[in-house]
Design a protein around this ligand. Sequence first.
Ligand code: SF4
Length: 412
Amino acid sequence: CGQCAAVCPFGAITEVSDLDKVKAAIKDPDKIVMFQTAPAVRVGLGEAFGMEPGAFVQGKMVGALRALGADYVFDTDFGADMTIMEEAMELLHRLQSEEIPIPQFTSCCPAWVEFLETFYPDLIPHLSSTKSPISIMSAAMKTWFVKNNNLDPKKVVIVDVAPCTAKKAEIRRPELNASADFWNIPELRDTDISITTRELAQWIQEEGLDFTGIADSDFDKVFGESTGGGRIFGNSGGVMEAAIRTAYYFFTGRKAPDDFIPFEPVRGLDGVKKASVVFGHFVIHVAAISGLGNARKFLDELIAAEDFENYSFIEVMACPGGCIGGGGQPKVKLPQVKKVQQARMDSLYQSDVDATYKASWENPEIQDLYKQFLGEPLSERAEMMLHTYFTDRSDDLGEMKNLTPETNPSST
Ligand code: SF4
């Protein structure tokens, strides 16, 4: 099915390759090709070259993209920090408002978003309107960065490298075109091409690059600094933990205490993780879910128990373990799946330990971006550039739309 094709981590379903489009853009002397690489890519890519599962190859990945002809290489972890700034502020508003419903659902996983739009359209108001890290980052790259560097937006080609095949569909969503409005050029898209970790590995192999011997390279500034919060986005529970670090600051005006980092209750490979968090005078209940089967079961139970508002914030990622287990990552033999996912997860948590800043609001480049361009989280410009909307897709189900959970054979 479409959902499975989007997320199948075992490669059982053929995916479309977009490498030819990237190569054509690189060859075109008129184009300026900017890459951004998602958090989980750097802990999966090395496996395609015989390295240990979870090997942290950020420097080699950036070096390889430069050798392949990238004009710029930016870090989607910075986009994750931007997503958290907006999403955490949105949570604060929901908790203080009678009009916007809780719980707030994360919306950075396109397979989950499409699942909810199709099967639970009544819950669309619960989705965070904040764009995913890749989409938020492309919007900032093709507006702020292009403007500040006097580049021609029509010449800029933005390529994301993701662990995810569903991103290929996300970037085509018509509403993800803030740059078209900003520049008044209707044909612009924020993200032009999406390739997976596997496609990048294939490209490196086709060009005969010795990946293990490539010298480390750093991301380009100004989207090169990331916090631990941005780095752990690739793990199930990572978005939740990152959001808690920044939401705590927004709620209380103080840095999150040490016992929030690490926030163990939302770590690990379990499909459903629950926790309570004390933010000053608020106690909020949160959950982190991975796997769409788990999400369906969790939602159906909440709806049946009329227990919805007991939760304030719920993270859902379609792939088991989160993006580290994404359908675009190097394939893993079935008995090794848990071990490899754990190694990738541990590697991202280690990069959080190594990070100078832990919470997204502490990122100096994020502070500059808000100072110089966006104003405050949820400002008018931030709403225009960094937020999106969702669509009821339940008609796509055809006759199945009217089946109840009891009569629907696909309901688990
Ligand atoms: Fe893509 Fe991550 Fe969602 Fe999997 S969990 S579909 S990799 S965004």
